[in-house]
Design a protein. Structure first.
Length: 215
């Protein structure tokens, strides 16, 4: 049954403009209901964000698919995610054959996602901490995806991109953001494009919003 619902979701995402077969295949395979509270299992394959506790959300499937497509990765690439949350986005990247590093600033969500990765055999390097400064130890990355809205483009993240690598990050005020795709062209040069109007929970931390002053 849930396979059928995932196939329906994939059709909906195709109609909304998602083209990358690897992304669509991962959405078709990963069981989103495992990453949300059981009481919401019936909504797992609706194209909508859902609450996961602690004032946080699992992103809308379209947003996950669009951001993943924008990363433009190939199998075996190294990717850093900021904002593990439920673990769903990391699971999609893992399913696509990436080497996935993911950071979460909420300890409870970090612990929960780590346990779920173990249970499902998803080998993601997950760390508890402030991802707004990246994860220098394993840099450079072919892709960096930020799943929370940032007040500006975090420089620490662009610095940790490999040449040719892409950073996908929502940037803007608290109530809406544009999705920026920054490509590192050389040691010094970057190009950037943006896609309007997404809504994310805030990126907090050193290069994000001040946790005491985000409302
Ligand atoms: N990628 C997640 C998923 O698939 O469920 C969605 C995550 S939710 C929209 C954003 C997450 O970013 C929240 O879990 C939040 O705690 C986390 N977050 C916010 N600021 C952060 C930071 N500086 N470092 C790491 N995680 C952060």
């Amino acid at each position: 049954m849930s396979r059928f619902l995932r196939e329906q979701l994939v059709e909906e995402l195709k109609q909304k403009g998602i083209k990358d077969p690897e992304v669509l295949n991962a959405i078709k395979t990963v069981e989103r209901e495992k990453f949300i509270p059981q009481s919401m299992a019936h909504l797992a394959y609706k194209d909508t964000a859902l609450p996961i506790g602690y004032d946080q959300t699992i992103s809308q499937p379209f947003t996950v698919a669009f951001m993943t497509e924008m990363l433009n990765l190939k199998k075996g690439d190294k990717v850093l995610e900021i904002g593990t949350g439920s673990g769903y986005q990391a699971a999609i990247l893992y399913q696509m054959g990436m080497r996935v590093y993911s950071i979460e600033i909420n300890l409870e969500l970090h612990n929960k996602a780590k346990k779920l990765f173990d249970e499902l055999g998803i080998r993601v390097y997950a760390k508890f901490g402030d991802g707004s400064v990246g994860w220098q130890e394993f840099a450079p990355y072919n892709g960096i995806i930020v799943t929370a809205g940032s007040p500006s483009i975090p420089n620490k993240l662009t610095e940790q991109l490999a040449i040719g690598g892409r950073l996908v990050v929502p940037v803007g005020p608290r109530d809406y953001q544009d999705l920026y795709v920054i490509t590192r062209l050389s040691e010094e040069e970057y190009s950037q494009e943006s896609y309007p109007r997404f809504i994310f929970v805030p990126l907090i931390g050193k290069n994000g919003w001040d946790i005491n002053n985000i409302k």
